[in-house]
Ligand binder design. Structure first.
Ligand code: GUN
Length: 320
């Protein structure tokens, strides 16, 4: 039936329907990593022997964290960043964790320091205190109050922007859809995804609505979103029927659900029901291969940026 055909500004027509254009984090992150590799080479030419340095501090031994850290270390090695994985046992006390952070803060060859979250400790540990002990000028996760405060005030050029929201923003830009004046809806208000995503969209001049577990009319809010970013941590909670026709849909979720057809018995899905949302959106990120690889690429971007700032402060650069 011809009336069922939706002709949007973008998308691919398959049979009777138009499906959304896939926004590939794999492709975009590769471009970012290639650019960063060149930047690191430029640094080495200008300051012989210099390499940006990154430390990933891990407390405990969570399997998911081990996987994420291995991806970060691999990306760093490909770009030419010197990355170190500092592992503390589950039995480490908060004081030991803070001592380690303070000692890394003092190390001039480290330009970026992240504490992998969540902390996997047998002792009670205040994540807020731990993340805030990282020196703001090395806080390439953008999680300290200093960096979060600068972002909330719109000082985007001075702060480190958290990696997942920064990756989402890069993917939104890659669609060519302008953010200014659009209605953006963010689901989730975590310190690492939802809250900074709200700020980033706001200071890119969107009108932003933040939704969370107490929001009462989620489908209606989603239906108003020209740009929808979901970081809720609930498998396929956003249904395609809620999604506004022609919108940009960004899924930060990584959830494992049972799937008998897989050898592992599990399948990875996002927070959005992809197969229905892609019938309405103009652009959509896949899971996996969407936001995930961008988070890693943006960590590398922040680390390289931190290294440039360090070289500038040390007056080791001529023309930058
Ligand atoms: N755990 C899951 N994602 C992240 C991240 O972006 N940064 C840190 N530090 N921990 C995480």
């Amino acid at each position: 039936m011809l009336s069922m055909v939706r002709l949007g500004a973008s998308g691919r027509q398959t049979g009777r329907r138009t499906v959304a254009t896939v926004v590939s984090g794999n492709k975009t992150s590769k471009l970012v990593r290639e650019r960063l590799k060149q930047e690191v080479q430029q640094m080495k030419q200008q300051v012989p022997g210099f390499r940006p340095g990154l430390v990933v501090l891990q407390v405990g031994d969570r399997e998911d964290s081990n996987l994420y850290i291995s991806m970060k270390l691999k990306a760093a090695a490909q770009i030419g960043i010197s990355a170190n994985h500092v592992r503390l046992p589950k039995t480490a006390t908060e004081e030991e964790v803070l001592d380690n952070i303070e000692s890394i803060n003092q190390n001039p060859s480290v330009h970026g320091l992240i504490v992998q979250l969540p902390l996997d400790s047998v002792h009670p540990m205040d994540t807020e205190i731990v993340t805030n002990t990282v020196a703001p000028q090395k806080d390439v996760d953008g999680l300290t109050c200093i960096n979060a405060g600068m972002l909330s005030r719109g000082n985007l050029g001075s702060c480190f922007i958290p990696c997942t929201p920064n990756g989402c923003m890069t993917l939104i830009r890659s669609t060519g859809v302008s953010v200014a004046g659009k209605h953006a809806v963010v689901i989730g208000r975590s310190k690492i995804v939802g809250a900074p995503m709200h700020d980033l969209l706001l200071w890119n001049h969107a009108t932003v609505t933040s939704c969370h577990s107490k929001t009462q009319d989620l489908p209606e809010q989603v239906g108003r979103a020209d740009i929808l970013v979901v970081g809720a941590g609930k498998a396929e909670m956003v249904r395609g029927e809620w999604v506004k026709e022609g919108s940009v849909v960004i899924d930060c979720g990584i959830n494992h659900i049972p799937d008998d057809t897989k050898d592992s018995g599990m399948r990875v899905v996002g927070d959005i029901h992809y197969q229905s949302a892609n019938q309405r959106a103009a652009f959509i990120t896949p899971v996996p291969g969407g936001v995930g690889p961008m988070t890693v690429a943006m960590l590398m971007e922040n680390t390289v940026q931190s290294a440039w700032r360090f070289l500038q402060q040390q007056k080791l650069l001529s023309g930058r």
